[in-house]
Design a protein around this ligand. Structure first.
Ligand code: NDP
Ligand code: HSE
Length: 447
């Protein structure tokens, strides 16, 4: 039997994703050797609680190679690749930097770190003649990063629309399809291993914002951090709006949206609209049919028109699949070669300019409790008209005259500034009770 070269790998983190990585590496080794011509050998695992990890890996990995000592981990000989699936910044960021400085290739699922410090990390990798691969950082098992980096390289990307958080999509699906309360659905998503260690990151929209920053840097060729992506979460949604939206033919989704505002030119900075917010998606659109922990990214290339990437966006084996595919690409040598020669990553890109949210143009869903008496509809229409907003539809159920009744108005395109002005005037008009809820409606480009 011909000898194959052995490639040693270190693993930082052995929770949901890390344990999936160990499972793939131990059960699929023969296939991976055939595909890469290399024997991938997991040498050491670094966690905080080594006894816990040893127990969960009984029979799969030698417990004496699991450590909570970073010095011992980094001193492991013949370990040119490090996988980081611990998550977060702080000390984990230090581990990633240490691995790069020690000239180890890094594979990471950590969008929070990449979205904040991607540019510095890529530059550090390049200085040390190693690479960073990050397929698992967005979209779980869907090869979105590969598509954006390589498959669509011939395109100028005009826009991306994504369902990029499995936890939120699971929660919304359970609320819409089964009428489950928000808290119950969130707990189930946590138990399934979809949620972040701090699930506030998921439900606030920040996890999707971090992923959008990573996606946007590849799609639009810009240097962007997640602080430039504004977000609204699903944690304040009212189930009444989910119901009214459905009567109007819409499904609510947490969408991550990146849109190019001008045609690309060499001499002007790229301007983008980058945002994450609950959005009504018409049921006829493919994105409305992406349910549960599934994710999807719709990418508009100037030559391709729309392409759509769909699959499981979170969970143990789907995410481990992306990590291990990166590992095979790095171990085989082609990815490090591409990383060192191509200019696809944000350390090569110029900073981006982002649109102020008041200028964002969108269609809107507005819901309020209006007094059911003569003249109210005329009053509200006048307020919208005075703000330059055109009504697209009105929905009101019959109720006893004189009561406050839920009234839903959808609009044609308006700026957020116009909507804010109209909402303020409605709330002080004396004909509605309480606040007006506003939710954006998705309008996709043609093609
Ligand atoms: P878990 O919380 O399940 O596991 C985290 C693991 O990392 C644990 O083994 C933990 O060890 C270890 N760890 C955490 N901090 C440290 C540290 N400072 N030093 C050493 N080890 C540490 O997280 P997940 O597996 O769910 O997620 C890991 C990463 O993958 C995150 O970046 C996440 O965003 C990303 N990701 C997760 C997906 C998912 O579906 N879960 C999907 C896509 C990406 P210990 O238990 O000993 O504390
Ligand atoms: N918490 C993330 C999600 C994990 O729910 O999408 C996948 O990145």
């Amino acid at each position: 039997v011909a000898q194959v070269p052995v490639i040693g790998v270190g693993l930082i983190g052995c929770g949901t994703v890390g344990s999936g990585v160990v499972e793939l590496l131990t059960t699929m080794q023969e296939l991976y050797t055939r595909r890469t011509g290399k024997l991938i050998q997991l040498k050491r695992i670094l966690v905080r609680d080594s006894a816990k990890a040893a127990k969960s890996l009984t029979g799969r990995f030698p417990s004496d190679q699991i450590t909570n000592n970073p010095e011992a981990f980094f001193a492991t000989p013949d370990m040119p690749i490090v996988i980081e699936v611990a998550g977060g910044k702080g000390v984990v960021a230090d581990y990633v930097k240490k691995a790069l400085t020690l000239r180890k290739h890094v594979i990471t699922a950590n969008k929070s770190l990449l979205a904040a410090e991607g540019s510095e990390l890529f530059a550090l990798a390049r200085q040390n003649n190693v690479s960073i691969a990050f397929e698992a950082s967005c979209g779980g098992g869907i090869p979105i990063m590969t598509a954006l980096q390589f498959g669509l390289m011939s395109n100028s990307i005009q826009a991306v629309y994504g369902i990029l958080n499995g936890t939120c999509n699971y929660i919304l699906t359970e609320m819409v399809q089964k009428g489950k309360p928000y808290a119950v659905a969130l707990k189930e998503a946590q138990e399934a291993g979809f949620a972040e260690a701090d699930p506030t990151l998921d439900v606030s929209g920040r996890d999707a914002a971090q992923k959008l920053a990573v996606v946007a840097s590849l799609a639009f060729g810009v240097d962007v951090t997640d602080s430039q992506v504004w977000s609204e979460g699903i944690d304040t949604l009212d189930s009444a709006d989910i119901k009214f939206g459905s009567e109007l033919g819409y499904t609510i989704k947490l969408l991550a949206i990146g849109e190019r505002l001008d045609p690309p030119t060499a001499d002007k900075p790229t301007r983008l609209s980058l945002r994450v917010h609950p959005t009504f998606v018409h049921n006829s659109l493919a994105l409305a049919k992406v349910n549960s922990s599934f994710n999807a990214l719709s990418v508009y290339g100037h030559a391709t028109g729309q392409t759509l990437y769909y699959g499981r966006g979170a969970g143990r084996l789907p995410t481990a699949s992306a990590v291990v595919s990166d590992l095979l690409n790095v171990a085989s040598g082609w990815y490090p070669s591409a990383f060192s020669t191509m200019r696809l990553w944000c350390d090569h890109h110029e900073p981006v300019q982002t649109l102020d949210r008041a200028q964002l143009i969108s269609r809107y869903y507005l819901r309020m409790f209006a007094k059911d008496v003569p003249g109210v509809m005329g009053r509200l229409s006048t307020i919208l008209g005075d703000a330059g907003i055109s009504i697209s539809s009105i929905l009101q159920h019959e109720i006893a005259i004189g009561q406050y009744v839920p009234l839903v108005v959808t609009t044609h395109q308006a700026s957020q500034g116009q909507i804010r002005q109209a909402v303020t005037n409605m709330e002080s008009s004396g004909v509605i009770d309480g606040k007006v809820t506003s939710i954006r409606i998705l309008d996709l480009p043609q093609g």
